[in-house]
Design a protein around this ligand. Structure first.
Ligand code: PHE
Ligand code: NA
Length: 501
């Protein structure tokens, strides 16, 4: 007997869960910096172009595949065409890599929520506190990949894994749906309070000026356009198999494009709010230190775990700002992490015909162990940095590129997917959608892929030693493809692949 496919309680729960997946660490710490680097106010132009011409069309593409073929990524692609199954496993394996390091950033954020309440790092020591006291970072070039356990990272990491394993075991409706129903409203409120509070900090206006002042010259730089497209793919979680999986849990009669538009605009709303909040806070920091905003705006990890703690130390009511900011990172991260894990769990459930809990435990326990082994040690940061850079550049970009080419040009499925989208949708799609997905997306993705490839070949990423990049960078992305091919050769349980529902 095969299990009946699980489902979300309602379309609203699906929308909330899809927003939960999309709104993640990328919105909060990645977007503000990418936008600032890409011309500030002027970046809104490439950003909106990327959103409208690639992000939303590919989001519809993912929805259409998951909903039309009603399966996890490998099953949905296989039902489209037998030989397309590999694409689905490739996405599953990308999610495996991302899940093991995504959990760690949530664990750091959880610890920093706690530290913020009591200003554990001590004023003026935020940089050393993060790298030396907290992470106990060692240099891979000297120590190799270390096995030395760092308890203040390892312990919260266990807690994060236990929490998400419980949610995953409860299933789509009672676990994922309910977690998003609770966490997303909470996240929205925390975020609103955080943004308003940072707008009242002295110097906030300078921060906003720095953020929004348009640098029109940036528009002439192709790298800025590339970063806008790259960011949108990541931010909307398209081409990860996530939206394919979530859409497979929707009722047959669902307005797909209407839901997609809500998700896309909610995600952008969060990003722009985050930009405002983060730069208001940076404006305060610059004023407190008597420097320019440009001098304090740093990227990714530095922004969250060094600049923000500095703001927390210096602002009146800083502890509250810190708790809200890091708490928001935890909630946004957890709702994204469960969506990544669902891609893996759903795929194995379909392939093996196993029940929910058995599959969840079989998947998550080994992932938790790998995540602990690699990321609660003194060399965690280098591994994380490298895996993230390579899987984004060559995992996601490459799978998205291959997927659009296969579906549009080899299998000629765009017209059928278009009709599927239009069956119930409030926002009809037509030839423009097919043109964007079939022609513009491959061009942009191809350009991004090739330029990343050249960059990563010509300069060793992050200055890490060659053996290290060989293992955690190139080796990792190449083994994903090989493993995906092998997995798609394994047999399916019973008739699960043939049966629709
Ligand atoms: N879209 C998420 C963000 O903006 C990132 C993410 C990537 C989520 C992969 C799930 C899977 O942070
Ligand atoms: Na996002």
């Amino acid at each position: 007997q095969t299990n009946k496919r699980e489902a979300f309680g309602s379309r609203n729960v699906f929308i909330l869960s899809a927003i939960g997946s999309a709104v993640g660490l990328g919105n909060i710490w990645r977007f503000p910096y990418v936008a600032y680097e890409g011309g500030g106010g002027a970046f809104l132009i490439p950003y909106l172009c990327a959103l409208l011409t690639a992000g939303i069309p590919l989001l519809f593409f993912d929805y259409a595949i998951g909903h039309r073929f009603r399966g996890s990524a490998p099953l949905a692609f296989r039902r489209m065409h037998r030989s397309a199954e590999t694409l689905g496993w490739w996405q599953v394996l990308i999610c495996v890599v991302i899940s093991v390091y995504y959990a760690v950033i949530i664990a750091w954020s959880a610890m920093y929520t706690w530290f913020s309440a009591q200003l554990t790092w001590g004023p003026g020591n935020e940089n050393d506190f993060f790298f030396v006291d907290f992470l106990q970072s060692a240099d891979v070039a000297e120590t190799g990949v270390s096995t030395q356990f760092v308890p203040q990272v390892g312990v919260p990491l266990i807690v994060v894994w236990l929490a998400v394993i419980v949610i995953m075991c409860l299933g789509v409706k009672k676990g994922i749906g309910r977690a998003n129903m609770i966490l997303m409203p909470l996240l929205t409120v925390m975020f609103a309070v955080l943004v308003v509070q940072s707008l009242f900090l002295p110097g906030a206006l300078d921060g906003l000026n720095a953020f929004f002042t348009p640098n029109w010259e940036a528009l002439a730089d192709p790298a800025v356009w590339a970063s806008a497209y790259g960011h949108i793919f990541f931010s909307l979680s398209v081409a990860f198999g996530i939206m394919v999986t979530y859409a497979s849990y929707l009722k047959r009669k669902t307005d797909l494009t209407g839901s997609g538009l809500v998700v896309a605009f909610a995600n952008s709303g969060f990003e722009i709010l985050a930009g405002i909040g983060v730069f208001a806070a940076l404006g305060f920091m610059a004023q407190a230190q008597g420097t320019e905003v440009a001098g304090v705006a740093s990227s990714g990890i530095g922004l969250a775990f060094i600049a923000f703690p500095t703001i927390v130390s210096q602002a009146t009511g800083g502890s509250i700002i810190g708790v809200l900011f890091f708490g928001a990172l935890v909630f946004a991260g957890v709702t994204s992490l469960i969506s990544i894990l669902e891609v893996i769990v759903a795929a194995l459930q379909d392939k093996l015909g196993w029940k929910r809990i058995r599959t969840t435990l079989t998947v998550s326990l080994p992932l938790a162990v790998i995540s602990m082994a690699l990321f609660s040690t003194t060399t965690a940061l280098s591994v994380l940095d490298t895996a993230d850079a390579f899987v984004n550049a060559f995992g996601i970009m490459a799978v998205a590129l291959v997927a659009v080419i296969v579906v549009a040009w080899l299998l000629h499925r765009l017209p059928a997917l278009k009709d599927h989208l239009n069956r119930r949708s409030s926002f009809p799609v037509g030839w423009i959608w097919m043109l964007l997905v079939g022609a513009l997306a491959p061009l942009v993705l191809g350009y991004l892929f090739v330029s990343e490839l050249i960059a990563k070949i010509t300069t060793p990423y992050g200055g890490y030693p060659a053996w290290f990049l060989g293992v955690f960078g190139w080796g990792m992305v190449i083994s994903l493809v090989i493993l995906a091919i092998l997995l798609s050769l394994l047999p399916w349980s019973g008739r699960s692949h043939a049966k629709d529902d």
